[in-house]
Design a protein around this ligand. Structure first.
Ligand code: NAD
Length: 444
Protein backbone atom coordinates (compact mmCIF):
# COMPACT_ATOMS: atom_id res chain seq x y z
CA UNK A 1 0.00 0.00 0.00
CA UNK A 2 1.45 3.47 -0.86
CA UNK A 3 2.69 5.27 2.26
CA UNK A 4 0.26 8.22 1.90
CA UNK A 5 -2.79 5.90 1.69
CA UNK A 6 -1.51 4.03 4.69
CA UNK A 7 -1.27 7.27 6.68
CA UNK A 8 -4.83 8.31 5.72
CA UNK A 9 -6.17 4.85 6.61
CA UNK A 10 -4.25 4.92 9.89
CA UNK A 11 -5.79 8.30 10.89
CA UNK A 12 -9.26 7.09 9.91
CA UNK A 13 -8.88 3.94 12.03
CA UNK A 14 -7.65 6.02 14.96
CA UNK A 15 -10.62 8.42 14.66
CA UNK A 16 -13.13 5.57 14.62
CA UNK A 17 -11.46 3.89 17.57
CA UNK A 18 -11.49 7.18 19.53
CA UNK A 19 -7.68 7.19 19.75
CA UNK A 20 -6.26 10.75 19.92
CA UNK A 21 -4.81 12.06 16.64
CA UNK A 22 -1.05 12.31 16.65
CA UNK A 23 0.51 15.78 16.79
CA UNK A 24 2.60 16.87 13.81
CA UNK A 25 6.11 16.87 15.25
CA UNK A 26 8.42 19.88 15.08
CA UNK A 27 11.23 18.72 12.81
CA UNK A 28 14.47 20.51 12.06
CA UNK A 29 14.78 22.76 9.02
CA UNK A 30 18.02 24.64 8.38
CA UNK A 31 17.81 28.21 9.60
CA UNK A 32 14.97 27.64 12.06
CA UNK A 33 15.48 28.80 15.67
CA UNK A 34 16.64 26.18 18.18
CA UNK A 35 13.36 26.60 20.08
CA UNK A 36 10.52 28.86 18.96
CA UNK A 37 9.26 29.93 22.41
CA UNK A 38 10.91 31.08 25.68
CA UNK A 39 13.00 28.52 27.55
CA UNK A 40 12.98 28.24 31.35
CA UNK A 41 16.55 27.49 32.48
CA UNK A 42 16.73 26.63 36.18
CA UNK A 43 18.62 24.65 38.80
CA UNK A 44 21.82 25.00 40.75
CA UNK A 45 24.04 22.59 38.86
CA UNK A 46 27.50 22.87 37.39
CA UNK A 47 26.38 23.48 33.81
CA UNK A 48 24.00 26.38 34.35
CA UNK A 49 26.49 29.17 33.55
CA UNK A 50 27.86 27.55 30.39
CA UNK A 51 24.38 26.67 29.22
CA UNK A 52 23.08 30.18 29.81
CA UNK A 53 25.73 31.81 27.65
CA UNK A 54 25.65 29.07 25.03
CA UNK A 55 21.87 29.19 24.61
CA UNK A 56 21.80 32.99 24.60
CA UNK A 57 24.50 33.01 21.90
CA UNK A 58 22.22 30.74 19.90
CA UNK A 59 19.38 33.26 20.09
CA UNK A 60 17.30 31.40 22.69
CA UNK A 61 15.01 33.62 24.78
CA UNK A 62 15.76 32.48 28.34
CA UNK A 63 13.44 33.18 31.24
CA UNK A 64 13.79 32.50 34.95
CA UNK A 65 11.26 30.75 37.13
CA UNK A 66 9.62 33.86 38.57
CA UNK A 67 9.19 35.78 35.34
CA UNK A 68 7.99 32.66 33.55
CA UNK A 69 5.22 32.23 36.15
CA UNK A 70 4.05 35.80 35.46
CA UNK A 71 4.02 35.31 31.73
CA UNK A 72 1.00 34.20 29.83
CA UNK A 73 3.22 33.01 26.99
CA UNK A 74 3.85 29.30 26.67
CA UNK A 75 7.27 27.77 27.31
CA UNK A 76 9.11 26.09 24.45
CA UNK A 77 11.25 24.10 26.87
CA UNK A 78 12.38 23.67 30.45
CA UNK A 79 16.02 22.85 31.18
CA UNK A 80 16.59 21.85 34.79
CA UNK A 81 20.19 21.39 35.93
CA UNK A 82 20.33 19.12 38.97
CA UNK A 83 23.89 17.93 38.39
CA UNK A 84 24.95 19.13 41.86
CA UNK A 85 22.24 17.20 43.73
CA UNK A 86 23.68 15.12 46.55
CA UNK A 87 20.57 13.71 48.26
CA UNK A 88 16.96 12.98 47.35
CA UNK A 89 15.78 16.27 48.88
CA UNK A 90 17.90 18.09 46.28
CA UNK A 91 15.59 16.63 43.63
CA UNK A 92 12.58 18.57 44.98
CA UNK A 93 12.71 21.09 42.09
CA UNK A 94 11.41 18.29 39.86
CA UNK A 95 8.09 18.76 41.65
CA UNK A 96 8.23 22.35 42.87
CA UNK A 97 9.63 23.98 39.71
CA UNK A 98 9.15 21.54 36.88
CA UNK A 99 5.58 20.47 37.66
CA UNK A 100 4.11 24.01 37.40
CA UNK A 101 6.24 24.70 34.32
CA UNK A 102 4.92 21.59 32.56
CA UNK A 103 1.45 23.16 32.69
CA UNK A 104 2.79 26.10 30.67
CA UNK A 105 4.49 24.08 27.93
CA UNK A 106 3.62 24.78 24.31
CA UNK A 107 3.06 21.99 21.78
CA UNK A 108 6.21 20.15 20.74
CA UNK A 109 8.00 21.45 23.83
CA UNK A 110 11.04 19.89 25.46
CA UNK A 111 11.90 18.99 29.02
CA UNK A 112 15.61 18.37 29.53
CA UNK A 113 16.88 17.35 32.97
CA UNK A 114 20.62 17.36 33.62
CA UNK A 115 22.23 15.09 36.19
CA UNK A 116 25.61 13.52 36.83
CA UNK A 117 26.57 10.10 35.49
CA UNK A 118 26.15 7.82 38.56
CA UNK A 119 29.16 5.78 37.39
CA UNK A 120 31.38 8.79 38.06
CA UNK A 121 30.14 9.29 41.63
CA UNK A 122 31.81 7.95 44.79
CA UNK A 123 29.05 7.64 47.38
CA UNK A 124 26.00 5.41 47.29
CA UNK A 125 23.71 8.34 48.12
CA UNK A 126 25.07 10.39 45.21
CA UNK A 127 24.75 7.49 42.79
CA UNK A 128 21.19 6.71 43.94
CA UNK A 129 20.16 10.35 43.66
CA UNK A 130 21.29 10.64 40.04
CA UNK A 131 20.07 7.20 38.99
CA UNK A 132 16.63 8.19 40.28
CA UNK A 133 16.45 10.90 37.62
CA UNK A 134 16.17 8.26 34.93
CA UNK A 135 12.90 6.89 36.30
CA UNK A 136 11.53 10.40 36.67
CA UNK A 137 12.29 11.43 33.10
CA UNK A 138 11.04 8.19 31.57
CA UNK A 139 7.77 8.55 33.49
CA UNK A 140 7.35 12.22 32.60
CA UNK A 141 7.91 11.34 28.93
CA UNK A 142 4.85 9.11 29.17
CA UNK A 143 2.76 11.91 30.71
CA UNK A 144 3.58 14.70 28.24
CA UNK A 145 1.26 15.21 25.27
CA UNK A 146 1.17 17.32 22.11
CA UNK A 147 4.49 16.13 20.67
CA UNK A 148 6.46 17.21 23.75
CA UNK A 149 9.36 15.07 24.99
CA UNK A 150 11.39 14.58 28.18
CA UNK A 151 15.01 13.45 28.14
CA UNK A 152 17.94 13.24 30.55
CA UNK A 153 21.56 14.32 30.00
CA UNK A 154 24.15 12.90 32.39
CA UNK A 155 27.49 14.70 32.56
CA UNK A 156 30.66 14.25 34.56
CA UNK A 157 33.66 16.41 35.39
CA UNK A 158 34.96 18.19 32.29
CA UNK A 159 31.90 17.57 30.17
CA UNK A 160 30.28 21.01 29.98
CA UNK A 161 30.81 21.48 26.22
CA UNK A 162 29.45 18.01 25.55
CA UNK A 163 26.48 18.61 27.85
CA UNK A 164 25.78 21.88 26.01
CA UNK A 165 25.83 20.08 22.65
CA UNK A 166 23.49 17.35 23.94
CA UNK A 167 21.04 19.91 25.37
CA UNK A 168 21.00 21.79 22.06
CA UNK A 169 20.26 18.58 20.16
CA UNK A 170 17.40 17.74 22.50
CA UNK A 171 15.93 21.25 22.31
CA UNK A 172 16.09 21.31 18.51
CA UNK A 173 13.77 19.76 15.94
CA UNK A 174 16.54 17.23 15.22
CA UNK A 175 15.38 15.20 18.23
CA UNK A 176 11.68 15.12 17.27
CA UNK A 177 11.30 11.34 17.79
CA UNK A 178 13.78 10.99 20.70
CA UNK A 179 11.77 10.70 23.90
CA UNK A 180 12.38 9.28 27.38
CA UNK A 181 16.08 8.76 26.65
CA UNK A 182 19.34 9.22 28.55
CA UNK A 183 22.43 10.71 26.89
CA UNK A 184 25.70 10.17 28.80
CA UNK A 185 28.43 12.70 28.14
CA UNK A 186 32.09 12.00 28.90
CA UNK A 187 34.74 14.66 29.47
CA UNK A 188 34.99 16.65 26.24
CA UNK A 189 38.09 15.59 24.34
CA UNK A 190 40.48 17.95 22.56
CA UNK A 191 39.85 21.61 21.86
CA UNK A 192 36.41 22.95 22.70
CA UNK A 193 34.07 22.76 19.70
CA UNK A 194 32.66 25.97 18.24
CA UNK A 195 29.67 27.07 20.28
CA UNK A 196 27.82 28.84 17.50
CA UNK A 197 25.92 26.25 15.52
CA UNK A 198 26.88 26.14 11.88
CA UNK A 199 24.44 25.34 9.07
CA UNK A 200 27.02 22.83 7.82
CA UNK A 201 28.61 21.22 10.91
CA UNK A 202 29.93 18.32 8.79
CA UNK A 203 31.67 20.47 6.16
CA UNK A 204 34.91 18.84 4.99
CA UNK A 205 33.93 15.39 6.31
CA UNK A 206 33.70 12.29 4.15
CA UNK A 207 30.90 9.94 5.17
CA UNK A 208 30.05 6.40 4.02
CA UNK A 209 26.47 5.18 4.32
CA UNK A 210 25.63 1.53 3.63
CA UNK A 211 22.17 0.57 2.41
CA UNK A 212 21.81 4.08 0.99
CA UNK A 213 19.60 3.28 -2.01
CA UNK A 214 16.32 3.70 -0.15
CA UNK A 215 14.54 4.03 3.18
CA UNK A 216 16.47 5.19 6.20
CA UNK A 217 19.84 4.95 4.41
CA UNK A 218 18.78 7.32 1.61
CA UNK A 219 17.59 9.80 4.21
CA UNK A 220 20.83 9.50 6.20
CA UNK A 221 22.78 10.33 3.02
CA UNK A 222 20.49 13.31 2.36
CA UNK A 223 20.80 14.74 5.88
CA UNK A 224 24.57 14.24 6.08
CA UNK A 225 24.97 16.02 2.73
CA UNK A 226 22.66 18.83 3.88
CA UNK A 227 24.94 19.23 6.89
CA UNK A 228 27.98 19.60 4.64
CA UNK A 229 29.45 16.08 4.33
CA UNK A 230 30.59 14.44 1.10
CA UNK A 231 28.72 11.15 1.04
CA UNK A 232 29.73 7.78 -0.41
CA UNK A 233 26.48 5.87 -0.95
CA UNK A 234 26.83 2.08 -0.77
CA UNK A 235 24.26 -0.55 -1.75
CA UNK A 236 23.96 -3.87 -3.58
CA UNK A 237 24.39 -3.88 -7.39
CA UNK A 238 20.71 -4.88 -7.78
CA UNK A 239 19.76 -1.49 -6.29
CA UNK A 240 22.17 0.30 -8.66
CA UNK A 241 19.65 2.67 -10.31
CA UNK A 242 18.14 3.83 -7.05
CA UNK A 243 21.61 4.15 -5.56
CA UNK A 244 22.78 6.34 -8.45
CA UNK A 245 19.73 8.58 -7.99
CA UNK A 246 20.48 9.08 -4.28
CA UNK A 247 24.20 9.64 -4.91
CA UNK A 248 23.44 12.22 -7.62
CA UNK A 249 20.89 13.99 -5.47
CA UNK A 250 23.38 14.39 -2.61
CA UNK A 251 26.27 15.19 -5.02
CA UNK A 252 28.19 12.25 -3.61
CA UNK A 253 29.46 9.06 -5.20
CA UNK A 254 27.88 5.60 -5.53
CA UNK A 255 29.66 2.39 -4.66
CA UNK A 256 27.85 -0.80 -5.69
CA UNK A 257 28.86 -3.37 -3.15
CA UNK A 258 27.43 -6.21 -1.11
CA UNK A 259 28.52 -5.45 2.44
CA UNK A 260 28.92 -9.16 3.14
CA UNK A 261 31.78 -9.42 0.62
CA UNK A 262 35.02 -10.39 2.36
CA UNK A 263 36.79 -7.27 1.02
CA UNK A 264 33.86 -4.84 1.49
CA UNK A 265 35.68 -2.80 4.14
CA UNK A 266 38.86 -2.48 2.08
CA UNK A 267 36.88 -1.41 -1.00
CA UNK A 268 34.95 1.18 1.00
CA UNK A 269 38.13 2.66 2.47
CA UNK A 270 39.87 2.67 -0.93
CA UNK A 271 36.89 4.39 -2.60
CA UNK A 272 36.50 7.06 0.08
CA UNK A 273 40.21 7.85 0.33
CA UNK A 274 40.98 7.68 -3.42
CA UNK A 275 37.94 9.69 -4.52
CA UNK A 276 37.50 12.06 -1.60
CA UNK A 277 40.74 12.08 0.42
CA UNK A 278 39.62 10.59 3.77
CA UNK A 279 37.07 8.53 5.64
CA UNK A 280 35.67 10.39 8.64
CA UNK A 281 32.31 8.73 9.26
CA UNK A 282 30.89 5.29 8.56
CA UNK A 283 27.18 4.63 9.04
CA UNK A 284 26.40 0.90 9.09
CA UNK A 285 22.78 1.12 8.03
CA UNK A 286 22.35 -1.81 5.58
CA UNK A 287 20.09 -4.36 7.21
CA UNK A 288 17.60 -7.09 6.38
CA UNK A 289 14.86 -9.08 8.08
CA UNK A 290 14.01 -12.72 7.32
CA UNK A 291 11.34 -13.42 9.95
CA UNK A 292 10.27 -16.89 11.08
CA UNK A 293 9.56 -18.46 14.43
CA UNK A 294 12.70 -20.20 15.67
CA UNK A 295 11.13 -23.63 15.15
CA UNK A 296 10.70 -22.84 11.44
CA UNK A 297 13.96 -20.93 10.99
CA UNK A 298 16.07 -22.31 8.14
CA UNK A 299 19.81 -21.91 7.78
CA UNK A 300 19.59 -19.43 4.91
CA UNK A 301 17.41 -16.95 6.85
CA UNK A 302 19.54 -17.32 9.94
CA UNK A 303 22.87 -16.85 8.17
CA UNK A 304 21.76 -14.00 5.90
CA UNK A 305 20.46 -11.82 8.72
CA UNK A 306 23.45 -12.41 10.98
CA UNK A 307 25.93 -11.73 8.21
CA UNK A 308 24.34 -8.59 6.72
CA UNK A 309 23.39 -7.03 10.06
CA UNK A 310 26.36 -7.99 12.22
CA UNK A 311 29.16 -10.09 10.65
CA UNK A 312 29.76 -7.59 7.86
CA UNK A 313 29.81 -4.70 10.32
CA UNK A 314 32.54 -6.39 12.37
CA UNK A 315 34.63 -7.05 9.23
CA UNK A 316 34.16 -3.56 7.78
CA UNK A 317 35.16 -1.93 11.06
CA UNK A 318 38.40 -3.90 11.07
CA UNK A 319 39.29 -2.46 7.67
CA UNK A 320 38.17 1.06 8.57
CA UNK A 321 40.22 1.05 11.77
CA UNK A 322 43.29 -0.66 10.29
CA UNK A 323 46.43 1.33 9.46
CA UNK A 324 44.94 4.60 10.67
CA UNK A 325 42.48 4.81 7.74
CA UNK A 326 40.09 6.65 10.06
CA UNK A 327 41.85 9.35 12.07
CA UNK A 328 41.25 11.50 15.14
CA UNK A 329 37.66 12.76 15.24
CA UNK A 330 36.41 9.73 13.29
CA UNK A 331 32.91 8.43 13.83
CA UNK A 332 31.29 5.03 13.50
CA UNK A 333 27.53 4.89 13.85
CA UNK A 334 25.64 1.59 13.69
CA UNK A 335 21.93 1.11 13.19
CA UNK A 336 20.54 -1.29 15.79
CA UNK A 337 16.84 -1.69 16.57
CA UNK A 338 14.55 -1.86 19.57
CA UNK A 339 14.15 -5.53 18.55
CA UNK A 340 17.76 -5.90 19.70
CA UNK A 341 16.77 -4.48 23.10
CA UNK A 342 13.32 -5.94 23.69
CA UNK A 343 13.34 -8.94 21.36
CA UNK A 344 10.50 -9.60 18.95
CA UNK A 345 8.44 -12.69 18.14
CA UNK A 346 9.56 -14.21 14.85
CA UNK A 347 12.82 -12.28 14.92
CA UNK A 348 15.30 -14.42 16.87
CA UNK A 349 17.83 -13.93 14.06
CA UNK A 350 17.19 -10.20 13.69
CA UNK A 351 16.98 -9.47 17.43
CA UNK A 352 20.21 -11.38 17.95
CA UNK A 353 22.01 -9.46 15.20
CA UNK A 354 20.82 -6.10 16.49
CA UNK A 355 21.75 -6.95 20.10
CA UNK A 356 25.17 -7.96 18.79
CA UNK A 357 25.47 -4.49 17.26
CA UNK A 358 24.93 -3.01 20.73
CA UNK A 359 27.66 -5.26 22.12
CA UNK A 360 29.95 -4.17 19.32
CA UNK A 361 29.38 -0.51 20.11
CA UNK A 362 30.08 -1.12 23.79
CA UNK A 363 33.33 -2.96 23.24
CA UNK A 364 34.69 -1.03 20.28
CA UNK A 365 34.05 2.38 21.82
CA UNK A 366 36.34 1.46 24.69
CA UNK A 367 38.98 0.03 22.37
CA UNK A 368 39.26 3.15 20.17
CA UNK A 369 38.62 5.82 22.80
CA UNK A 370 42.33 6.69 22.92
CA UNK A 371 42.31 7.35 19.17
CA UNK A 372 39.64 10.06 19.40
CA UNK A 373 37.11 7.96 17.47
CA UNK A 374 33.58 7.53 18.76
CA UNK A 375 31.38 4.47 18.21
CA UNK A 376 27.64 4.71 18.81
CA UNK A 377 24.40 3.18 17.64
CA UNK A 378 20.93 4.46 17.06
CA UNK A 379 18.07 2.07 17.79
CA UNK A 380 15.04 3.02 15.71
CA UNK A 381 11.59 2.05 16.88
CA UNK A 382 8.73 1.92 14.39
CA UNK A 383 9.86 3.94 11.36
CA UNK A 384 7.66 4.41 8.29
CA UNK A 385 9.69 2.66 5.54
CA UNK A 386 9.30 -0.08 2.95
CA UNK A 387 10.56 -2.52 5.60
CA UNK A 388 7.68 -1.70 7.96
CA UNK A 389 5.21 -1.38 5.03
CA UNK A 390 5.56 -5.14 4.64
CA UNK A 391 4.17 -5.74 8.15
CA UNK A 392 0.40 -6.64 8.08
CA UNK A 393 -1.81 -3.54 8.57
CA UNK A 394 -3.22 -4.40 12.02
CA UNK A 395 0.21 -5.24 13.47
CA UNK A 396 1.63 -2.14 11.80
CA UNK A 397 -1.09 0.05 13.30
CA UNK A 398 -0.30 -1.25 16.79
CA UNK A 399 3.45 -0.84 16.17
CA UNK A 400 3.19 2.78 15.14
CA UNK A 401 0.99 3.79 18.08
CA UNK A 402 2.71 1.93 20.92
CA UNK A 403 4.87 4.85 21.98
CA UNK A 404 4.54 8.11 23.90
CA UNK A 405 4.26 10.20 20.71
CA UNK A 406 1.51 7.89 19.40
CA UNK A 407 2.88 7.75 15.86
CA UNK A 408 5.56 6.12 13.75
CA UNK A 409 8.80 7.96 13.22
CA UNK A 410 10.20 9.04 9.87
CA UNK A 411 13.50 8.02 8.30
CA UNK A 412 14.49 11.67 8.74
CA UNK A 413 14.26 11.29 12.55
CA UNK A 414 16.82 8.48 12.53
CA UNK A 415 19.02 10.41 10.11
CA UNK A 416 18.99 13.53 12.30
CA UNK A 417 20.15 11.57 15.35
CA UNK A 418 22.99 10.02 13.33
CA UNK A 419 23.98 13.40 11.89
CA UNK A 420 24.13 14.80 15.42
CA UNK A 421 26.34 11.93 16.64
CA UNK A 422 28.62 12.69 13.66
CA UNK A 423 29.11 16.34 14.58
CA UNK A 424 32.44 17.53 16.04
CA UNK A 425 30.55 18.75 19.12
CA UNK A 426 29.36 15.21 19.89
CA UNK A 427 32.88 13.86 20.47
CA UNK A 428 32.14 13.29 24.16
CA UNK A 429 29.33 10.84 23.39
CA UNK A 430 30.58 7.31 22.75
CA UNK A 431 29.62 3.70 23.41
CA UNK A 432 25.95 4.60 23.53
CA UNK A 433 22.72 3.46 22.00
CA UNK A 434 20.41 6.35 21.29
CA UNK A 435 16.88 5.13 20.79
CA UNK A 436 14.86 6.98 18.17
CA UNK A 437 11.54 5.40 18.99
CA UNK A 438 9.17 8.04 20.40
CA UNK A 439 9.62 6.21 23.73
CA UNK A 440 8.32 2.90 22.43
CA UNK A 441 6.74 0.72 25.07
CA UNK A 442 8.87 -2.13 23.73
CA UNK A 443 12.02 -2.61 25.75
CA UNK A 444 11.38 0.58 27.69
P1 NAD B 1 15.12 -1.03 3.76
O1 NAD B 1 14.89 -2.47 3.51
O2 NAD B 1 14.11 -0.06 3.25
O3 NAD B 1 16.57 -0.59 3.21
C1 NAD B 1 17.73 -1.34 3.48
C2 NAD B 1 18.77 -1.08 2.41
O4 NAD B 1 19.92 -1.90 2.70
C3 NAD B 1 18.29 -1.46 1.01
O5 NAD B 1 18.58 -0.44 0.09
C4 NAD B 1 19.06 -2.72 0.72
O6 NAD B 1 19.32 -2.92 -0.68
C5 NAD B 1 20.35 -2.49 1.50
N1 NAD B 1 21.05 -3.75 1.74
C6 NAD B 1 20.51 -4.91 2.20
N2 NAD B 1 21.45 -5.88 2.20
C7 NAD B 1 22.59 -5.30 1.76
C8 NAD B 1 23.90 -5.80 1.53
N3 NAD B 1 24.23 -7.08 1.75
N4 NAD B 1 24.85 -4.94 1.07
C9 NAD B 1 24.55 -3.65 0.81
N5 NAD B 1 23.31 -3.12 1.01
C10 NAD B 1 22.35 -3.96 1.46
O7 NAD B 1 15.29 -0.91 5.33
P2 NAD B 1 15.11 0.36 6.31
O8 NAD B 1 13.78 0.27 6.96
O9 NAD B 1 15.50 1.63 5.64
O10 NAD B 1 16.18 -0.04 7.46
C11 NAD B 1 17.49 0.49 7.49
C12 NAD B 1 18.15 0.01 8.78
O11 NAD B 1 17.36 0.42 9.91
C13 NAD B 1 18.30 -1.50 8.88
O12 NAD B 1 19.53 -1.82 9.49
C14 NAD B 1 17.15 -1.90 9.77
O13 NAD B 1 17.39 -3.12 10.43
C15 NAD B 1 17.08 -0.72 10.71
N6 NAD B 1 15.79 -0.53 11.38
C16 NAD B 1 14.68 -0.19 10.68
C17 NAD B 1 13.48 0.00 11.36
C18 NAD B 1 12.21 0.42 10.68
O14 NAD B 1 11.20 0.59 11.35
N7 NAD B 1 12.19 0.60 9.36
C19 NAD B 1 13.43 -0.17 12.75
C20 NAD B 1 14.58 -0.54 13.42
C21 NAD B 1 15.76 -0.69 12.73
Amino acid sequence: MPMILDTILSSAVARRAGVPQATTLRRYEPGQPLVDAPVLLVGAGAYLGTLRSRLQDNGVHLVDDESSRDQTTRLGAVVLDLSDASCLADLDPLRTVLAPAVKRLSRNARVVVIGTDPRSLDTVTDAVTHRALEGFVRSLGKELRGGSTANLVLGRTGSSDGVGAAVEFLLSGRSAYVDGQVIRVDATPGPAPAETPSATPLAGKVAVVTGAARGIGAEIATVLARDGATVVCVDVPAAGDALARVANAVRGTALQLDVTAADAGQRIVAHAVDRHGSIDLVVHNAGITRDKLLVNMDEARWDAVLDVNLGSVLRMNEAVLADGAMGQGGRIVCVSSIAGIAGNRGQTNYGMSKAGVIGLVDALATAVRGRGITVNAVAPGFIETEMTQRVPFATREIGRRMNSLQQGGRPRDVAEAIAWLAQPGSGAVTGQVLRVCGQSLLGA
